[in-house]
Write a protein that binds this ligand. Structure first.
Ligand code: HEM
Length: 132
């Protein structure tokens, strides 16, 4: 372990309990996103392993967890899906409700909201962006 790792403040990801907590959150989140009639269609062609992986990547990203992801960029993965702002907001809502249900503290929830705001333009389709 490097000095930086020892002295750096714990990430939100670590504070909520790391990979095992994210795994628990994925289960809860999965039950919300994939039964939401407005959202389920996006995932109908994605296998279950891929769906869970997606939710875990989303959570890890918004919590500032380890960036072991080497796949497509957010824009590359989402622009072809033509996601409107409303659906992005719904996924964000399911995510914050999931974290709140798990007792994640308010300061972390506030940062999660901020990250959701930062990556919105990469995920929401260019033509669906407000003011675009
Ligand atoms: C913070 C917001 C989000 C993050 C960080 C995120 C993260 C990711 C990542 C990293 C991938 C690439 C997976 C890969 O290529 O292996 C991906 C793919 C995908 N995302 Fe998202 N996503 C977000 C929001 C959304 C939303 C709002 C939707 C739908 C309403 C969505 C639906 C999908 C779908 C359907 C795929 C393709 C999955 C596949 O083909 O395997 N994502 N996402």
């Amino acid at each position: 372990m490097t000095v930086t790792e020892e002295t750096a403040p714990a990430s939100h990801y670590d504070r909520i309990g790391g990979a095992s907590s994210v795994k628990a959150a994925v289960e809860l989140f999965y039950d919300k996103v994939l039964v939401d009639p407005e959202l389920a269609g996006y995932f109908s062609d994605v296998d279950m392993v891929g769906q869970r992986r997606h939710l875990a990547l989303m959570l890890t990203t918004v919590l500032g967890g380890p960036d072991g992801y080497t796949g497509r960029g957010l824009a590359e993965a989402h622009q072809p899906l033509n996601i409107p702002v409303e659906h992005y907001a719904k996924v964000g809502e399911h995510l914050t409700v999931t974290l709140a249900e798990l007792g994640v503290p308010a300061d972390i929830l506030a940062d999660v909201q901020a990250v959701l705001g930062q990556v919105q333009d990469q995920v929401v389709a260019r033509e669906n962006r407000s003011g675009a």
